[in-house]
Design a protein around this ligand. Structure first.
Ligand code: NAD
Length: 296
């Protein structure tokens, strides 16, 4: 795998980690990062993550320098895609591949269809299943995608060449690539990522509004830490994800509420058998997960 130019729009945690991983893997000649503030891009260059720093006023110049097989990766919060697609639609030369890392895919594809009036055959949406509660270029990690899954969700128009190139790119960063339908991706991620984030935020919020919240947090220990780490994630990013994937997330939330209710009733009734069987089932499933999934 060899790419002449990789352009990263938004060198935060994920965009910065892609840039850093690509440089460390030696699969790219030139990494160009573009941010709203040139200082953010300059910082990426200073950290050794990128070769060239630009801001959005230089997007036309950057696009004009790209050619066949170059890769443009969008790595900004979901609801910022529309304006980026608007600008790119007129600027991106034919043959340049466009991909992204957005955590929900239907909203991204809708934005592309609405704001990209041209040919979408070089557009291949993607989503690395790796990340953390940290954000910003300083958190970039060149090993973030090693042995982690990346899902790519080609659309009807995506050309075979573009799909293969995006898959090869992620594999060259150490990722295991799965290809999935857009809707299926959003349903699965609602259950495995979006619902857990919602619950972590909501648990912390419900505790912080208690009268004894200071005392509650003083005595919070490992269990609280494990369960709520992800509530330190960026609120704007997760606001966008919850709304963008609203239907699939609400379906998972309703399922969760039913299960919670079952436990609530069992505890109210002192029904130890039901409580124990729910906990045993969950414990067994969690053990299988621990034994089979890569550690973060
Ligand atoms: P981040 O906050 O670290 O970086 C976001 C980047 O977007 C920054 O460079 C910021 O300057 C830029 N940005 C913010 N608002 C913008 C706007 N209105 N217009 C243009 N640029 C803007 O966030 P991140 O964690 O790197 O997330 C970026 C994308 O990656 C999101 O779409 C998210 O869904 C996806 N993602 C995140 C994770 C994770 O665990 N953090 C995992 C997989 C995918």
């Amino acid at each position: 795998m060899s790419i002449n130019n990789l352009v990263v729009l938004g060198s935060g945690l994920i965009g910065g980690s892609v840039a850093k991983s690509a440089r460390e893997a030696g699969v790219v000649n030139n990494v160009i990062v573009l941010n709203r503030q040139i200082e953010t891009s300059d910082r990426a260059v200073a950290l050794g993550i990128a070769d060239i720093a630009k801001d959005y006023s230089q997007l036309a110049e950057v696009c004009g320098s790209l050619g066949q097989g170059d890769l443009v990766l969008v790595a900004v919060p979901i609801y910022s895609y529309a304006s980026i697609f608007d600008q790119l639609a007129d600027l991106l030369p034919a043959g340049v591949i466009l991909t992204d890392v957005g955590s929900t895919k239907a909203e991204v594809v809708n934005a592309a269809r609405e704001h990209w009036q041209g040919d979408l055959s070089y557009f291949v949406p993607g989503h690395p299943i790796a990340g953390s509660e940290k954000s910003g270029v300083e958190a970039s990690d060149g090993q973030l995608f090693q042995k982690r899954r990346t899902i790519i969700t080609p659309i009807e128009e995506s050309a075979e060449f573009a799909i293969n190139r995006v898959r090869d790119f992620w594999e060259s960063l150490g990722a295991e690539v799965d290809i999935m339908d857009v809707t299926h991706h959003d349903e699965i991620l609602a259950a495995t990522s979006h619902l857990p984030h919602l619950l972590a935020y909501s648990l912390v919020d419900s505790l912080v509004t208690l009268d004894q919240s200071t005392e509650v947090f003083r005595y919070a220990a490992g269990g609280f830490r494990d369960f709520t780490r992800i509530a330190e994630s960026d609120p704007v990013m997760w606001r966008d994800i919850f709304v963008a994937n609203r239907d699939a997330l609400l379906k998972q939330l309703e399922n969760f509420e039913e299960h919670l209710k079952e436990l609530h009733v069992a505890i109210t009734d002192g029904d130890t058998q039901t409580i124990e069987s729910i906990l045993e089932r969950a414990q067994a499933a969690r053990k299988v997960f621990s034994e089979t999934s890569p550690k973060n």
